[in-house]
Design a protein around this ligand. Structure first.
Ligand SMILES: NC(=O)c1ccc[n+]([C@@H]2O[C@H](COP(=O)([O-])OP(=O)(O)OC[C@H]3O[C@@H](n4cnc5c(N)ncnc54)[C@H](O)[C@@H]3O)[C@@H](O)[C@H]2O)c1
Length: 307
């Protein structure tokens, strides 16, 4: 049986990957700073707690593992420009240590990069994996740096790796009080009868992928033999924030107020991913429609004790 380690496995995406791996009967170990926020620890999962920068604890967690999923990020697109040196140190430099350990221990690395930031402003839509990469935030640059080191270490040391570039995942266990994830944050506001805040005119277009579809894509990227090493994982369709709000109105049946605010410099106007490569090589395609995914997310948000 393969033994999988998920770095950041108690977060939003990681927790769904835990579910997917357990459903397939795999042994799962999680390395994270904190416990899961929305669930109790799961029987059978080997939890290891520590900071990604604690090299001793990280090395211990790698013992006996075949494949490691790297989902830890110490920054968000919005916050990363505040302190790029911290972004590089805590993400890139610590990931180099991880990769060196994986080379020595013969561990395959699945790196969760970012489809929303590594390309920057797309020249063509939908945007494919081989498009130019000109990130417009430090987070996108550090994701890309890690991608480049994976390729370099393959060349130098035959490190086995696959990179996934998710679009904008949404669904259960995404924090509705956070600053990341428009759909969850909007639904949190609607549940509290607060107005939704939109920066700009609401015509910013993004690619939203339901979390269980994304977890399935990451799982396939890790377990299927593939020719390519980089996969976009998204819905392949773009929706504007105004369309999202409209769908939320329909799904929740609530009055939804919107407050439009000045637009933000780091938001590229339109982006959605070309997912042809994942369709062909991973035999993967998202199955949850936007209204169905929003309905499932709404159910999660309304089920929380305190929203
Ligand atoms: N959510 C998105 O919209 C999105 C989109 C594309 C890519 N990603 C990437 O996917 C990965 C997971 O994102 P998520 O949305 O699940 O985030 P999340 O914040 O829900 O989960 C990240 C997990 O990593 C842990 N973590 C953070 N810093 C740590 C540290 N220094 N040491 C140990 N653990 C640490 C957190 O405790 C958390 O459980 C990240 O790499 C993120 O950049 C996210």
């Amino acid at each position: 049986m393969m033994k999988f380690l998920i770095l950041g496995g108690n977060g939003f995406i990681g927790s769904h990957l835990v579910d997917r791996l357990l459903a397939a009967g795999h042994k799962v170990r999680v390395f994270d700073k904190y416990e899961e926020h929305y669930r109790k620890p799961i029987a059978g999962v080997d939890y290891r707690f520590g900071d990604f920068g604690n090299r001793g604890l990280l090395a211990d967690a790698l013992v006996g593992v075949n494949t490691v999923f790297h989902l830890i990020s110490t920054t968000l697109p919005k916050t990363s420009n505040d302190d790029p040196a911290f972004d590089i140190q805590s993400n890139v430099v610590e990931t180099i240590f991880l990769l060196e350990q994986c080379i020595v221990r013969n561990i395959k690395v699945i790196f969760v990069s970012s489809g929303g930031t590594v390309y920057g402003k797309p020249l063509t839509l939908p945007i494919a994996e081989n498009s130019p990469t000109d990130p417009e935030c430090s987070y996108g640059i550090t994701k890309l740096m890690i991608e480049k080191y994976l390729a370099l270490f393959k060349l130098l040391h035959n490190l086995d790796y696959t990179i996934v570039r998710p679009s904008n995942p949404y669904g259960s266990r995404q924090n509705p009080n956070g600053i990341q994830g428009a759909i969850s944050v909007f639904l949190g506001k609607v549940a509290r009868n607060e107005p939704i805040e939109i920066w700009g005119d609401g015509e910013v277009v993004r690619d939203y992928v339901y979390i269980e579809d994304l977890a399935e894509g990451i799982y396939r990227a890790a377990t299927k033999p593939t020719e390519s090493r980089i996969f976009n994982l998204g819905s392949g369709t773009g929706y504007s924030l105004n369309e999202i709000v409209e769908t939320i109105r329909t799904v929740t049946g609530r009055e939804v107020q919107v407050e439009y605010k000045p637009k933000r410099t780091f938001d590229v106007p339109r982006i959605y991913l070309d997912i042809a490569r994942a369709r062909t090589e991973l035999d993967w395609a998202p199955v949850v429609s936007l209204p169905a995914g929003i309905a499932k997310t709404w159910e999660f948000v309304m089920g929380l004790q305190v929203i």
